[in-house]
Design a protein around this ligand. Structure first.
Ligand SMILES: Cc1ncc(COP(=O)(O)O)c(C=O)c1O
Length: 396
């Protein structure tokens, strides 16, 4: 039967990265294209032990329907976790457990956007966020991102322009795809502009714990005194993405609306995963676990940067990321990036062309996003060698 799809669905674009990853069944293929956590980063033994213990002691609590806001003790543990360095989630804020931070982005768009409304977004930024906002009819107003955060003049212009954006989306820590970190000064300025123009901020922070160098910077939410900021934290990159666990903190009326949206979406986040996560947060040494993750990613990132400097200095430039999972590499201006990515794929290396992360993905950008969290050192060696070979061919 031919289904008659809605305009919204017809406007959806499949993620280029997910499409690319589908073609990656070839075991010889090296991927710098993904964004998964390192396979050896998952705390498997603890997850298994807590799951077994809880199923034994409280099978019904683990397996029964539960409340939409999320398991109470986990919500408390998330507050404590988010506030471990600075006050982020205030007493006056409410907090909901969500099925990944992707769901926070989806609900933000669903709750605030009518067809044709504008959302101001860092550009480039996480493709999954752009797609989710677009699926609710939002039009994206890109604000150029610089190595220390968005360009503030452009942000002010985006806030002042009509129609006024319904919200501003940003990823201040180790941004996807650039790896850039927004400075403390710019975080304060973003908050002040948000208040001045009455534009709420969605602060998406899945990578914040994965710092590999430099000093921690307080989240924008830390400066929030009037409920302007909605903060999304995720356990995907610090425990495992398969659990689909994240949390969202914001002013009470907004979180109440989110609860209503969630009731009609998935009723509640997987209780089993929530119960295990609560034990992880309260009964294991999360600081030690995070330090282990940081060590894994520091080693991989430093290795990839060492190889890029050794094999591609002069040809490829990048800002050293202080954390996260990505290096945003700029290719020589004369190199068409789509063709570069295609030739790399022929030599069994997958990289994502930078244009995928822009509001208009049809315009080529001189960047590729390189992921360092999943490849092994041998794969990094080989992958960077392929990039050097292809660049040499293309710049002869
Ligand atoms: C910036 C950003 N936000 C949100 C997500 C979605 O993460 P989650 O697994 O918490 O839904 C990702 C996933 O890669 C991401 O890079």
């Amino acid at each position: 039967m031919e289904f008659s799809y809605s305009d919204k669905v017809l406007g959806m674009r499949p993620s280029i990265i997910r499409e690319l990853l589908k073609q990656m069944s070839d075991p010889a293929l090296i991927s710098f294209a993904g964004g998964n956590p390192a396979a050896d980063s998952f705390p498997v033994a603890d997850i298994r032990a807590f799951s077994d213990t809880l199923l034994e002691s409280d099978p019904v609590g683990m397996l029964q329907y539960s409340v939409t806001e999320g398991y109470g003790p986990l919500r408390e543990a998330c507050r404590a976790f988010a506030n471990r360095q600075w006050p982020v989630v205030k007493e006056s804020d409410e907090l909901i457990i969500t099925s990944g931070s992707q769901q926070v982005i989806e609900f933000m768009a669903k709750l605030l956007c009518n067809e044709g409304d504008v959302v101001a977004v860092e550009e480039p930024a996480f493709l999954g966020a752009y797609n989710s906002m677009r699926s609710f009819g939002a039009e994206l107003r890109g604000v150029p991102l610089e190595p220390d955060g968005v360009n503030l003049e452009a942000l002010e212009a985006a806030f002042a322009a009509q129609p006024k954006p319904k919200f501003f989306y940003c990823i201040p820590n180790f941004q996807n795809p650039t790896g850039y970190t927004t400075s403390k000064e710019k975080r304060k300025a973003i908050y002040e502009l948000a208040v001045k123009y009455g534009v709420p901020v969605l602060e998406d922070d899945p990578y914040g714990a994965l710092r590999i160098s430099g000093e921690d910077v307080p989240p924008i939410k830390h400066f929030d005194e009037c409920g302007a900021v909605v903060y999304a934290g995720s356990f995907s990159k610090i425990l495992c993405p398969g659990m689909r666990l994240a949390y969202c903190a914001g002013q009470g009326d907004f979180i109440t609306k989110m609860v209503t949206a969630k009731q009609g979406s998935d009723v509640h986040t997987n209780v089993w995963a929530q119960r295990v996560c609560e034990r992880m947060l309260t009964q294991t040494d999360m600081n030690a676990h995070i330090a282990r993750l940081q060590a894994i990613y520091r080693e991989k990132a430093n290795y990839m940067m060492e190889k890029l400097d050794e094999k591609l200095s002069g040809a490829v430039s990048y800002v050293r990321p202080e954390g996260g999972m990505f290096i945003w590499a700029k290719l020589p201006d004369e190199v068409p990036v789509g063709e570069f990515a295609r030739r790399c794929l022929e030599k069994k290396l997958a990289v994502v062309p930078g244009s995928a992360f822009y509001t208009d993905s049809a315009v080529e950008q001189p960047f590729v996003r390189l992921n360092f969290s999943t490849p092994t050192k041998e794969q990094i060696d080989r992958g960077v060698a392929v990039m050097a070979e292809v660049l040499a061919e293309m710049t002869k």
